[in-house]
Every structure is written in C-alpha cells, then in structure tokens.
Design a protein around this ligand. Structure first.
Ligand SMILES: [Zn+2]
Length: 138
C-alpha cells in the first residue's frame, strides 16, 4: 500500500480489492493473495482456482501511523488522525496488508480477530478509492 496507483490499474484490480479474491493452488491447496503469480507456499507456477474468502482473519502485525503517511493518505490522516495498518492472516491462510477501521488504532493488537469491510480509502485524481479494511470482531 501507499504506492501511486493509476486509475486503469485501480479499476483492473477493483474486483480483488472489493472481494479479496484468493487463488487456491492446485498443487498444494494453499490460498494466495493476490490470486496470481507463483504459489507462496510451494512455488508452483500454476493456474489458481479463484476462491472468495469468508472475510475474517487474525491480526499478525500492526503499525500505528500517526504522521508521515504516504501523500494519498494525507487527507485521511488530517480527517481521522492516527490510523493502524498491518498484516492480516485470513481464515483461509493467505496473508495480506490492510488498514484497520472502526476502532481506536491503539486498541488493535496481534492475535485480534478482524473482519473485512469495504470502506473509502482515499481520493486521488478526484476519484474516491474504495477498498477493503478490517474491523475488530468481538
Ligand atoms: Zn502451492
């Protein structure tokens, strides 16, 4: 996250951003995100089967960003203050980076259960960008 993403690239990737499409490896059964490239588990260069995850996971790492966010998050940070980002391991086993929402960023910690929700991420070239964030579940 944080790199400049052009509009065409954004729209092409919308599907996986909204639905968190995983790629199930036909060789070893591991789930990969994004659903392309080689398998992170067995390095097979195979055609993944697309799988929609249930959308819950566990926080593996968390970082609270309270200043110096990438430019596209300036507005968000001004509006929301500090926010938390981190690595989430989905119930299916795939790991991905994400932002946390609907909570005090200092309350997120490793091992917390979270669920995926679609939220506005930031605005670029006048277009709001939406994507998946994770919020704590009790
Ligand atoms: Zn594999």
């Amino acid at each position: 996250m944080g790199a400049y993403v052009s509009l065409p690239t954004w729209w092409r990737s919308n599907d996986s951003r909204y639905r968190l499409v995983l790629g199930k490896c036909p060789e070893c059964g591991a789930h990969n995100f994004p659903a392309e490239g080689v398998c992170a588990s067995c390095n097979a260069d195979a055609d993944f089967e697309e799988v929609e995850p249930e959308g819950t996971g566990t926080v593996q790492a968390v970082t609270v960003i309270s200043g110096g966010a990438p430019p596209e998050f300036d507005e968000y940070q001004t509006r929301e203050g500090a926010f938390a980002t981190g690595i989430i391991e989905l119930a299916e086993g795939a790991r991905l980076p994400g932002m946390f929402c609907d909570c005090d960023p200092s309350e997120i910690s490793r091992g917390d259960r979270v669920e995926a929700v679609v939220r506005r991420l930031y605005e670029q070239e006048g277009v709001p960008r939406y994507g998946v964030k994770f919020r704590p579940v009790e």
